[in-house]
Design a protein around this ligand. Structure first.
Ligand code: XCC
Length: 656
């Protein structure tokens, strides 16, 4: 029953081929490998070799006496530390690249967005007056790098948060200091025999997550914009139909934009195109999976092949000549899948090798040469193709809504602001806003919770911003097009038409969730909607989360004041006390709760009620869906049913 596993028509179609070809996918393995119920609920402690101790009901404490609460809190904190470490190590590499570029040691990279460089310089106390771009870039890179190992004081970016938020963090003692320091301290605190108070452990978990959101990830986004350009809206396409039968298909997958930026350049190199032709191909076609895809989509319009659960099935088309991977979210299963076909898996990071794959190490000092070598390897592999079958589904999309662009859309170059959005939230045209982000998880039907939540929100006049694999799910279902405006509530539609933005805004990759923090800060400090992020009528969602990074993101959302609903299930379900600490407890501390709600319909209802309660607290007019329904162009907030999507009369289209 492929339909129960995914709503992506391309995946449904290719599953039969994958099965016939003997490919095992995550969908199949999820059926035979059920999660261990004890570990799944956070009730297994494996932090020392007396255990693992499984707290099952009969056993109420571990051998050392650790309680279920302490164990569940430790497990959650460790997940968050790993997520923070992953994003932040990515950010660190970006800082290294900026330094190398500024020193002229990485000649293929230059500062592309000088204005952003100067803005970031201010955040980092780097002087700009009378200095060259190189000098500023070198100092920005060096200062950014120092934030990871900072031993004294607190992260400089904390000052970018609303004043009231900074105060809350100070009062709680959770203002992040060095990024690496918070991660190390989590590992220390959760080592056998250290922090044994769940509340204290969870406070530090928030601090660690804040070091991600207002540290490593935020710097990563900033430096990517400086080096590769701040995104502006770009039209593109998505899903397996973007693969080409008669061209060399190179799929980039992972997270860091450094190599993939060069892949974009190399894929249009005339010499390499000629070389591809000499092997019988018509050209070179680049596409992406996961967040590498989002990075080069928002800056270059490179098409999206799919999201997390698409990776093995893309290979099953038999059309992928090389899948080029770097770090994070790369299933080891792609290698086994690739061995059934001609596909070459090319690993590029010294941090992430896969047994059996080809390793071509990326070196930022010779970035373009590495990219060309990879493309050449893919071209050489083109003649080895066997049977190719590409499900013919393509959706159209618009992406690239950086917070700079959203501000610009609301007032032009000289008057950019968040006033129009704030005013329209205040007057009730827009009920509120939501960030819907995060992974796929084969424990739920792929893309279904993602798409359901986004559709419900815009129908209910909630503006949606999206990143990561949710953004790709939306792309594959035609939800990132301006036409979707017709299916938004009347008030939201009117505002979107006036400002000229679609109701679902694709902001970028997972590290770019920090763009959401910046938007929220601008909205909170613009006036009219309180003074802190927690005052705003907003909500966060990660409906199909699976990675530790998603938990770090969710936690920094909450610690920044955004009540957040994670789908699938709860990693602390075993402990009612920990569940209470991160819901009611965190609401008292940071003004927002962290919910794990597997029922996505319920999650949306709760979030809408939460948004309405925030409106009420701000003394705004009560939201009335009919209030702006009088205009001649009013269209009821119903979106097209799936059958109509399937007929291709919406954005989704069969390629002829
Ligand atoms: Fe990975 Fe960023 Fe999750 Fe997708 S959304 S599965 S983390 S690619 Ni961040």
């Amino acid at each position: 029953m492929a339909e129960k596993k995914t709503i992506d028509p391309a995946i449904i179609e290719i599953m039969a081929k994958a099965e016939a070809d003997g490919v095992s996918t995550a969908f199949d393995r999820a059926e035979v490998t059920r999660p261990c119920p004890i570990g799944h609920s956070g009730s297994c402690c494996k932090h020392c070799f007396i255990g693992p101790c499984r707290i099952t009901g009969k056993t109420t404490v571990g051998v050392c006496g650790a309680t279920l609460e302490t164990i569940a809190a430790r497990n959650l904190a460790r997940y968050i530390a790993a997520g923070t470490a992953s994003h932040s190590d990515h950010g660190r590499d970006m800082a290294h690249t900026l330094i190398a570029a500024a020193k002229g040691e990485a000649p293929d990279y230059q500062v592309k967005d000088e204005k952003k460089l100067r803005r970031v310089a201010k955040y980092l106390d780097v002087p700009t007056e009378g200095r060259t771009t190189q000098e500023i870039a070198l100092d920005v890179g060096t200062k950014a790098l120092a934030e990871f190992g900072r031993q004294e004081g607190e992260l400089l970016y904390v000052r970018r948060a609303p004043k009231r938020r900074q105060q809350i963090w100070h009062e709680l003692g959770i203002t992040p200091r060095g990024i690496d320091r918070e991660v190390v301290e989590t590992l220390h605190r959760t080592h056998m025999g250290t922090d044994q108070d769940p509340e204290n452990i969870l406070n530090h978990a928030m601090r660690t997550a804040l070091a991600d959101g207002w540290g490593g990830s935020m710097m990563s986004t900033d430096i990517s914009d400086i080096l590769f350009g701040t995104p502006v809206p770009v039209a593109a396409r998505s899903n397996f139909g973007v693969l080409k039968e008669d061209e060399v298909n190179v799929v980039v997958h992972g997270h860091e934009p450094t190599l993939s930026e060069m892949m974009v350049v190399a894929a249009s190199d005339p010499e390499l195109i000629e070389y591809a032709k000499s092997k019988g191909a018509k050209g070179i076609n680049l596409g992406g999976i996961c967040c590498t895809a989002n990075e080069i989509l928002v800056r270059h319009g490179v098409p999206l092949v799919g999201n997390f659960l698409s990776q093995e099935l893309a290979i099953s088309t038999g059309a992928v000549d090389a899948m080029v991977v770097d770090i994070q979210c790369i299933m080891q299963g792609i290698q086994a899948a690739a061995e059934r076909y001609h596909t070459k898996i090319i690993t590029t990071s010294p941090k992430a090798k896969i047994t059996g794959a080809t390793h071509i190490e990326f070196d930022e000092h010779h970035a373009l040469d590495t990219a060309k070598k990879i493309i050449r390897t893919a071209i050489d592999n083109f003649p080895n193709r066997g049977r190719v079958y590409i499900p013919n589904f393509v959706d159209h999309l618009v992406a690239g809504f950086s917070h700079e662009y959203i501000a610009y859309m609301q007032g032009g170059m000289y008057r950019e602001s968040f006033r129009p959005l704030n005013d329209n939230i205040a007057n009730g045209r827009i009920r509120g806003a939501a960030g819907v982000v995060g992974c796929n998880n084969p424990r739920v039907c792929q893309d279904d919770p993602h798409v359901y939540i986004v559709k419900e929100l815009i129908k209910n006049d909630v503006l949606v911003v999206t990143t990561g694999c949710n953004a790709i799910a939306c792309a594959k279902q035609g939800l990132l097009t301006p036409e979707v405006m017709d299916y938004a509530g009347a008030g939201l539609r009117e505002v979107c038409q006036a400002i000229g933005i679609p109701p679902v805004l694709h902001l970028g990759s997972c590290v770019d969730n920090t763009r959401i923090l910046t938007i929220l800060t601008q909205s909170a400090t613009e006036g009219g909607l309180g003074e802190d992020i927690s005052d705003l009528p907003v909500a966060g969602f990660a409906p199909e989360w699976m990675s530790e990074k998603a938990l770090a993101i969710g936690t920094y959302f909450v610690a920044s004041g955004v009540t957040t609903w994670m789908g699938v299930g709860s990693p602390v379900a075993g402990s009612a006390e920990v569940t209470k600490l991160i819901t009611e407890g965190w609401r008292q501390k940071v003004g927002a709760s962290y919910y794990f709600e597997p029922d996505h319909e319920k999650a949306v209802k709760e979030a809408l009620a939460h948004i309405d309660a925030k409106r009420k607290a701000l003394k705004l007019d009560e939201y009335d869906p009919k209030r702006y329904a009088k205009s001649a162009t009013y269209f009821p907030g119903d979106y097209l049913p799936d059958e109509v999507f399937k007929q291709g009369s919406y954005s989704r289209s069969k390629v002829s």
